[in-house]
Design a binder for this molecule. Structure first.
Ligand SMILES: *Cc1c(COP(=O)(O)O)cnc(C)c1O
Length: 229
């Protein structure tokens, strides 16, 4: 069994290789190591190996880890899971970047309110639902523009770009091409919102080839996840 450092190095090498194949610079890519279900100790080990971006998908668990690891103050916490509006203000306290903004109510819940510190900004991705199942997180791609307009107008939010998970049963490259197309539409409203959060353990190569800038990689680096608690 390769250990954590070896798996991290192997994934970094594959990312570098895919970037070369895409004619892109590795410097354009942010690798977020998804640590959901793993103990805070694993995040500490990753930090010692140079990882500075970690992703979590459940509020209670993420909040507990972020507070336990508060002394690692150069870590950036990414919230990547479905988010209830009534949890949004809490998530905003420890997450620097929320990848799962998919409806106006969540935009309003994350936005800065009167009395909040003036300079405080939450960076967000607008999540696309690439399936036909409305229960999945994400806005339907043809509803992206109205959501983007809300998010761009909301105080205290900075829209970085679009986020998506490739659906089962579709070739990932084709799915990520649809994400790229949605990204182009977002950029015509907000030229600076050019980031694309896409690519997981099984499909980050295809995501890089279609322009992903933020990769969310779990098991390929961490090994298999413990059962959720
Ligand atoms: C768990 C998760 C990932 C990472 O998945 P792996 O297949 O373990 O790489 C990426 N994105 C989201 C939204 C996730 O929930």
């Amino acid at each position: 069994m390769p250990d954590l450092a070896e798996r991290l190095a192997a994934v970094r090498a594959e990312i570098a290789d895919a970037a070369r194949a895409a004619g892109r610079s590795e410097n354009e890519l942010t690798t977020i190591v998804v640590t959901k279900f793993h103990p805070a100790g694993l995040v500490r080990e990753l930090h010692a190996l140079g990882v500075r971006n970690v992703g979590e998908n459940r509020h209670q668990e993420a909040m507990a880890k972020a507070s336990e690891l508060a002394e690692l103050d150069d870590l950036t916490w990414h919230f990547i899971g479905q988010l209830q509006s009534n949890k949004a203000r809490q998530v905003r306290r420890y997450s620097h970047i929320v990848h799962s903004v998919d409806r106006p109510a969540l935009v309003e819940a994350l936005a800065r309110r009167d009395g909040d510190p003036a300079g405080e900004v939450t960076e967000v991705f607008l999540q696309l639902n690439l399936t036909d199942d409305p229960e999945r997180g994400g806005v339907a791609p043809d509803r992206l523009e109205p959501l983007a307009e809300r998010a761009l107008a909301a105080p205290g939010l900075r829209v970085l770009g679009v986020m998506a998970v490739a659906p089962l049963g579709e070739e990932p490259r084709a799915a990520f091409a649809r994400v790229r197309e949605a990204s182009d539409r977002l950029r015509s409203l907000a030229p600076e919102a050019r980031a694309i959060s896409a690519g997981m353990s099984g499909d980050f190569r295809e995501a890089i080839l279609e322009g992903a800038t933020h990769l969310r990689i779990g098991t390929a680096i961490t090994g298999s996840r413990p059962a959720p608690r």
